[in-house]
Design a protein around this ligand. Structure first.
Ligand code: ADE
Length: 235
């Protein structure tokens, strides 16, 4: 599952440049069972199967997990956000464990000091997709992974406001026009239009983000202050 995602596009380029290095370990390679079994039924009953300690311990030890920061992808975990991703992106190395049955034997998590991380309040069939979501979002925060044209600074969430509406050619498509101001070449006016558009969208869709944005110190220009005043006073 991982190879097409990690080998493609921006992540693939980062790997070839040596900025990102993902080593995949198949726990099944560490089983001592003749049927290559890695899961068993839970004590106390209940649905599904759990990852057994022995193959997981051996796989984890093979990558030195006892000396590294270990993350277990789980809907029980702390919800992933930009603060956590920024922190993880600064780590030299991480070990990410993906459960693929009902879960894993708790002793695996306890012994290696796993931190549990969730990608949201819903349940996936395994930890692989959540791990790829984490790797992708984290990699973009590692210096050098994004090219200059893919820069982070104007992006949604990272600037504190949702990203403004964008348009490309043609100017008119099936009767729908691009806002005139955007091809006027007046960069100052364009920036103000984008700021206003971002503010409106954030106010409408994510009032929680707008509140956090306004609580931060900013050095607004006179024009930006006027826009802020107008947008905030609209009902
Ligand atoms: N595994 C299954 N569901 C998950 C979720 N929401 N987040 C992280 N790992 C998971």
């Amino acid at each position: 599952m991982f190879e097409p995602v990690l080998g493609g596009s921006i992540l693939g380029r980062a790997s070839r440049q040596g900025i990102l290095d993902v080593e995949l370990v198949d726990i099944r390679d560490y089983t001592q069972d003749k049927h290559r079994k890695t899961d068993d039924t839970p004590f106390g009953g209940g649905a599904g199967m759990l990852m057994m300690p022995q193959p997981a311990f051996d796989a984890l030890r093979s990558v030195g997990a006892e000396r590294k920061r270990c993350i277990y992808m789980s809907p029980r975990g702390r919800i992933m956000d930009k603060e956590l991703l920024t922190e993880l992106a600064a780590e030299e190395e991480l070990v990410i464990l993906c459960g693929h049955y009902e879960g894993v034997d708790q002793r695996i998590l306890d012994a290696f000091g796993f931190e549990e991380v969730s990608i949201g309040d819903y349940v996936l069939t395994g930890g692989e997709l959540p791990a790829m979501v984490m790797i992708d979002a984290m990699a973009r925060l590692i210096p050098g992974v994004l090219g200059s044209s893919e820069s982070l600074s104007e992006e949604s969430v990272y600037s504190g406001l949702l990203e403004y509406d964008q348009y490309t050619k043609p100017r008119e498509f099936e009767g729908m026009e691009v806002p005139e101001l955007l091809f006027g070449g007046n960069h100052k006016l364009i920036k103000l239009w984008q700021f206003e558009n971002s503010l409106r969208l954030t106010k409408e869709r994510r009032p929680d983000l707008l509140e956090a944005f306004l609580a931060q110190p900013h050095e607004f220009t006179k024009e930006e202050k006027r826009i802020l005043h107008d947008v905030l006073s609209e009902t």
